[in-house]
Design a protein around this ligand. Structure first.
Ligand SMILES: *Cc1c(COP(=O)(O)O)cnc(C)c1O
Length: 221
């Protein structure tokens, strides 16, 4: 069980930077962790952070150095979209065409281009949000040329289970969806999958972006 002393956080950041293969980006998922933990990660070389709440994202982005980049990975409440777009570079949790249209409109209003991942649902849990693979591809066909957005790839989660076969099958399904997306949007080359418990299997299945919280910062309060 990871503790979260400053030396441990810095060591784990360096460990992941050394361990992850070339071409795999580390998103440090800092949600619910206090600012000093992010500052420690920053001092160890981390620049990319993931947050899941608009208020926390806004406060941390304002307090951290300006060369940090911020990915929003939580459920997007549309009444908070203005603040999310003001602070985030990328929204990974895009799960409806309606949301994508709203992001496009608000990003244009703010004169920004927001990177987006389309979230696909393949896990067994009912509660995990996202498009079905078919819906995701239809959304990409309908929306890929919207102004103010750049579709970067697919984000997904595997079933929360100890069954390695099920996890591998889920990551394969996410990667398959990503390769179909690339036939529609050739520049959408990224695959955001893999978390603390399962990232090695995700990397083996082609992940380009792992989202690690607990294994860096310890357990969330
Ligand atoms: C919280 C979260 C993570 C990080 O989870 P850990 O198990 O702490 O590594 C990754 N992705 C999403 C979408 C999350 O909400």
């Amino acid at each position: 069980m990871p503790q979260n002393s400053p030396t441990d956080i810095a060591d784990r950041i360096r460990h992941f930077h050394a361990l992850l293969p070339e071409g795999v980006t580390l998103l440090a998922v800092s949600k619910f962790h206090p600012l000093p933990s992010l500052q420690t990660a920053y001092s160890a070389g981390q620049r990319l952070f993931g947050e899941s709440r608009a208020d926390e994202l806004t406060a941390k982005a304002a307090a951290m150095p300006p060369d940090c980049r911020w990915h929003f990975i939580g459920h997007v409440q549309t009444n908070k979209l203005r603040r999310i777009i003001a602070a985030a570079h990328v929204i990974e949790s895009v799960d409806s065409e309606r949301l994508l249209r709203l992001i496009s409109a608000e990003a244009q209003r703010q004169g920004k281009v927001i990177g987006v991942f389309l979230q696909v649902h393949v896990a067994a849990e009912e509660t995990k949000t996202g498009f079905t693979p078919g819906e995701l591809l239809q959304c990409a066909r309908d929306c890929h040329d919207f102004p103010g957005i750049e579709i970067l790839g697919v984000m997904g989660m595997a079933t929360n289970t100890d069954n390695a076969d099920r996890i591998a099958a889920d990551f394969a399904a996410i990667a398959r969806t990503a390769s179909l997306l690339r036939q529609i949007v050739p520049t959408a080359t990224r695959i955001s999958m893999g978390m603390s418990g399962d990232w090695p299997a995700a990397v083996a299945a082609g992940s380009t972006d792992v989202r690690i919280g607990t294994d860096i910062f310890g357990h969330r309060q």
